[in-house]
Ligand binder design. Structure first.
Ligand SMILES: Nc1ncnc2c1ncn2[C@@H]1O[C@H](COP(=O)(O)OP(=O)(O)OP(=O)(O)O)[C@@H](O)[C@H]1O
Ligand SMILES: [Mg+2]
Length: 314
């Protein structure tokens, strides 16, 4: 009577590997592939999987030194077949990242177009209104009417300023014209003026990020600063940017209220899109983002982006 098939992954992998080392057949490779797929489906880590293989081979070497010659080669073939599913998963991940990158580029281009339209068209229309009001004011003999016209002009001034701010928020022209650090400096100065926060920006001089990197870094820092303004009740903020190992690193730290990260993770993520958006932007460029926070101890958002980016779609 043949031995029952083990039910756990380790047991089945071990048995399939042993069979393959003895018979070296297609069926063995198919079993390897299926076991790899199962490991991926169960979200078993790649390193963990390879380690399982290594330990099994060591164990077999110790137990059965009489295994046939060429077994190292067979064992490697078995392993690489089982890793095919991991490779596929990696490719799908890369495809998802490429799609995210494309989507972000599209959104960014659309934001740039809207910002320009808002800026230019609104400016033209407002210029016409200013001219008409100036004519009206000149023709008016009535001081009450002149006062009303002056009030309307003051309101239009405020509207123009708001439209300008909105347009810059949609796509800061400084990012294209002067680059990441001046754009962040201008953002930080504006926020500091409006909120009373003290915001220090320390950037090493050698950053020179590509346009894509600069846009993502700007957007992520912008959202981190928005969160500080909305939630942190902080006094001091520091934004640091530096290069290390050919990656652009950034940290945004505040001394505000902080929050309970573990509690937030347990909540259904429907209450805010900011952190999700930040992570997605960073992930799309194959970067990584970490968040540290504790009630009463402030918050640190850190992210890093590889400077060399995979080539875009042809
Ligand atoms: N710097 C911070 N200080 C204190 N709490 C923060 C900070 N950053 C984030 N949080 C907490 O994390 C939560 C999630 O932030 P997130 O940006 O994802 O959503 P939101 O700001 O609530 O909403 P949205 O960004 O969609 O307007 C916030 O509601 C807040 O509780
Ligand atoms: Mg937010």
């Amino acid at each position: 009577m043949s031995a029952p098939t083990p039910t756990d992954m380790l047991g089945r992998y071990s048995q399939a590997l042993e069979d393959f080392l003895l018979h070296d057949d297609e069926a063995g490779l198919l079993r390897a592939y299926e076991l790899g797929r199962e490991a991926v489906a169960r979200e078993r880590g790649l390193l963990n999987f390879v380690d399982m293989h290594r330990q099994l081979v060591e164990h077999m070497d110790a137990q059965t030194p009489s295994l046939p010659p060429g077994r190292e080669d067979r064992s490697l073939r078995f392993l690489s077949e089982s890793l095919a599913a991991f490779a596929l998963l990696h490719m799908r991940d890369q495809e998802a990242n490429a799609a995210l990158r494309q989507m972000n580029d599209l959104l960014e281009n659309e934001a740039r177009r809207c910002a320009r339209a808002l800026h230019d068209q609104a400016a033209t229309m407002l210029a016409v209104i200013y001219l008409d009001l100036a004519d009206l004011s000149r023709e008016s003999r009535d001081s009450t009417q002149s006062d009303r016209i002056a009030r309307i002009v003051a309101q239009i001034d405020r509207l123009r300023e708001q439209l300008r701010r909105l347009s810059h928020e949609l796509h800061p022209p400084m990012l294209d014209q002067l680059g990441l650090v001046p754009a962040l400096r201008s953002l930080a100065e504006g926020l500091a003026r409006n909120t009373g926060l003290s915001i220090a920006l320390n950037a090493s001089p050698d950053l020179h990020p590509s346009a894509t990197l600069a846009t993502v870094a700007y957007r992520v820092v912008h959202e981190a600063l928005n969160n500080i303004v909305q939630h942190a009740r902080a006094h001091n903020v520091e934004v640091r940017l530096w290069l290390r190992n050919d990656r652009l690193h950034c940290a945004v730290q505040d001394d505000g209220a902080g929050f309970d990260l573990a509690q937030r993770r347990r909540r259904i993520p429907t209450d805010g899109l900011g952190l999700i958006g930040m992570r997605e932007r960073v992930r799309a460029l194959q970067g990584r983002m970490d968040l540290w926070s504790m009630p009463g101890c402030g918050t640190i958002v850190r992210f890093s982006l590889p400077r060399a980016q995979p080539a875009g779609p042809a």
